[in-house]
Design a protein around this ligand. Structure first.
Ligand code: NDP
Length: 314
């Protein structure tokens, strides 16, 4: 160990269900884990309201409350939670090195990655200005606020289809803006969307600008074939064009798919680098649920514990 540099047995990056579950298991296995929360402590559940599908909460629970419970449980067994961002890693040696945003180096025998994924945005200036003022990337979280109002949703994948259907139960009219002349969503989801009487699909259509200063008043759209522009008067604007895993800092080291999801080996949390494990949405573009993220966090901690035992570190 280099003089003065902190050396850990187990370092966890990320503070969603995967990270905190890994922390509970690692702490109970006496790995004395340190967890770096990243810039959004609690992750995607912090922007969710009611969580009704997490087993063990028969009456549902608010996302932020659930993440507080997760954190407390991890801390109860001795996890040290640090509210900082890891911005650089070096996985070239047997001992892994990471750097915090403020430049501090920390070394660890095992690293568990649970950095999650973030919603993709269109990149419009008006979208940024009106985020949380009528613009949202999560219909299930925010759809409720637009009950009885007209809304638009961008995207043609399974997420957009699912969210359009969800919104169609709350809103009199849902405008689905699809940039091509077909949906990417699975056949069954396509059928459901096409059958829904209050979902209007605008084919070959892109959003140019969301109108309004303090709240959404409408969206200016263009047909990318005819170039004809028009305005639809909506009060809510949802973006459902996919997610991006938060894995950029690992791309020089870890095997990933084209989108940046970390590839784990078989039914384990092992990555291509010994002693580095991945869990949660950072390695899962299929299930993306709190409960599956928590499950893979548990797997990562158990795999880390076995790895440290095999190496004679613990
Ligand atoms: P996808 O990548 O599957 O779809 C993204 C959609 O957004 C596409 O229609 C794409 O258009 C469109 N899009 C992308 N960028 C833009 C842009 N800049 N402007 C306008 N439109 C854009 O993402 P999803 O989140 O829908 O799904 C991710 C994965 O999760 C998939 O594998 C999906 O099957 C799965 N999933 C499964 C569910 C289920 O089974 N219940 C529910 C939700 C997701 P284009 O087609 O032209 O590229």
């Amino acid at each position: 160990m280099t003089e003065g540099i902190e050396k850990l047995k187990c370092l966890i990056i990320g503070s969603g269900p995967a990270g905190y579950t890994a922390a509970v298991y690692a702490a109970r296995a006496n790995l004395q884990p340190v967890l770096y929360t990243g810039r959004e402590p609690g992750g995607q559940l912090m922007i969710t309201t009611d969580v009704e599908n997490y087993p063990g909460y028969p009456d549902g629970i608010m996302g932020p409350q659930m993440m507080e419970d997760f954190r407390k449980q991890a801390e109860r067994f001795g996890t040290e939670v640090r509210y900082e961002m890891i911005s650089k890693v070096d996985f070239s040696g047997p001992v892994h090195k990471v750097w915090t945003e403020s430049g501090k180096e920390v070394q660890a025998d095992s690293v568990i990655i649970s950095t999650g994924a973030s919603a993709k945005w269109l990149g419009l200036e008006s979208e940024k200005r009106l985020t949380n003022k009528g613009v949202s990337a999560c219909a299930v979280c925010d759809g409720f606020f637009f009950r009885g109002q007209e809304v638009a949703i961008v995207g043609g994948g399974d997420t957009a289809a699912e969210e359009a259907l969800y919104l169609s139960k709350l809103c009199p009219r849902v405008h689905m803006l699809v940039r091509r002349d077909e949906l990417r969503a699975s056949k069954i989801m396509q059928e459901r969307v096409l059958k829904s009487e209050n979902i209007t699909i605008h084919w070959n259509t892109e959003a140019l600008e969301i109108l309004g200063e303090q709240e959404v008043k409408g969206v200016r759209i263009v047909n990318n074939q005819t170039k004809v522009e028009s305005v639809i008067p909506v009060q809510g604007f949802f973006v459902a064009i996919g997610h991006k895993p938060n894995t950029d800092i690992f791309k020089d080291w870890l095997d990933m798919d084209n989108t940046g999801y970390i590839i784990t080996k078989g039914k384990t949390a092992h990555t291509n680098i010994e002693g580095v494990f991945a869990s949660g949405d950072a390695q899962d573009n299929v299930y993306r649920q709190a409960v599956t993220a928590a499950g893979t966090g548990c797997m990562a901690a158990l795999d880390a514990e076995r790895y440290l035992t095999e190496k004679g570190i613990i």
